[in-house]
Design a protein around this ligand. Structure first.
Ligand code: SF4
Length: 231
């Protein structure tokens, strides 16, 4: 975009969504290759990991919020906003470990145990690649801060590298970036009337949203764990 072009809301929405979806496509393509050789234990309806703290980048949060605005009717949106506000209240003031152990379901987890925005889920969720469902179940039961999940380290690294690249590029452009807590970030994006426009104007849209530290729940037990048996 040149200096003479005016940034309109549709253009801002497109740019923000492109940033998120490009990362998603890159992650999916790379993860697909690894998963072909080492299929994960993850399957539809298994959602222990959706009770662990999840991070999003600002473009991911705004893309999910925009999707919700476009697909939910007035009544559904009010219900969702009540739900996510409750989650935010549950999470606020908690340390990462307290949050991790509280068994707080992601606000986007449907009653059917499936991700309600699966196509738009963040890179962190895409790069969850459990090698053993029992570890996820155990971590869920004992608390994620004490959990020991056997994730595919290659897939996890793909996710981390893609996220780092996106965050670095955004910061280089003077835009707000980082690993933000998912529920708070989406709640914030929903509350803003024009989040994408404000964001690209380099305003701080997510200044009150918590950064999540210590998000790597995916410790690997041994060097050769990638070849472990799946359950
Ligand atoms: S965004 Fe979807 S996949 Fe990720 S934690 Fe939430 S419900 Fe689960």
């Amino acid at each position: 975009m040149t200096d003479k072009q005016v940034m309109t809301e549709p253009i801002a929405i497109t740019i923000v969504q492109q940033i998120a979806t490009e990362s998603h496509h890159t992650a999916d393509n790379m993860i697909k290759v690894v998963n072909r050789k080492h299929p994960p234990a993850c399957h539809i309806g298994c959602h222990f990991c959706c009770y662990s703290p999840v991070t999003v980048t600002p473009p991911e949060a705004m893309t999910i919020a925009r999707r919700l605005k476009e697909t939910l009717n007035g009544k559904q949106m009010k219900k969702f906003q009540r739900k996510i506000r409750e989650k935010v209240q549950q999470i606020r003031g908690k340390t990462w470990a307290e949050h991790a152990d509280k068994k707080i379901a992601c606000s986007l987890l449907g009653d059917d145990g499936k991700c309600s925005i699966y196509e738009f889920r963040p890179v962190m969720c895409r790069s969850w690649s459990s090698m053993n469902k029992k570890h996820c179940e155990k971590s869920f039961k004992t608390g994620w801060s004490k959990g020991e999940v056997l994730n595919n380290p290659v897939v996890k690294d793909v996710g981390n590298q893609i996220l780092s690249g996106q965050i670095e590029a955004l910061r280089h452009e003077g835009l707000e970036a980082g690993d933000f807590e998912l529920n708070e970030a989406i709640y914030t994006a929903l509350k803003h009337s024009h989040p994408e426009l404000e964001y690209l104007a380099k305003k701080s849209v997510f200044e009150n949203v918590k950064f999540l530290q210590n998000t790597d729940l995916c410790s690997v037990n041994s060097e050769d764990s990638i070849d472990s048996e799946h359950d």
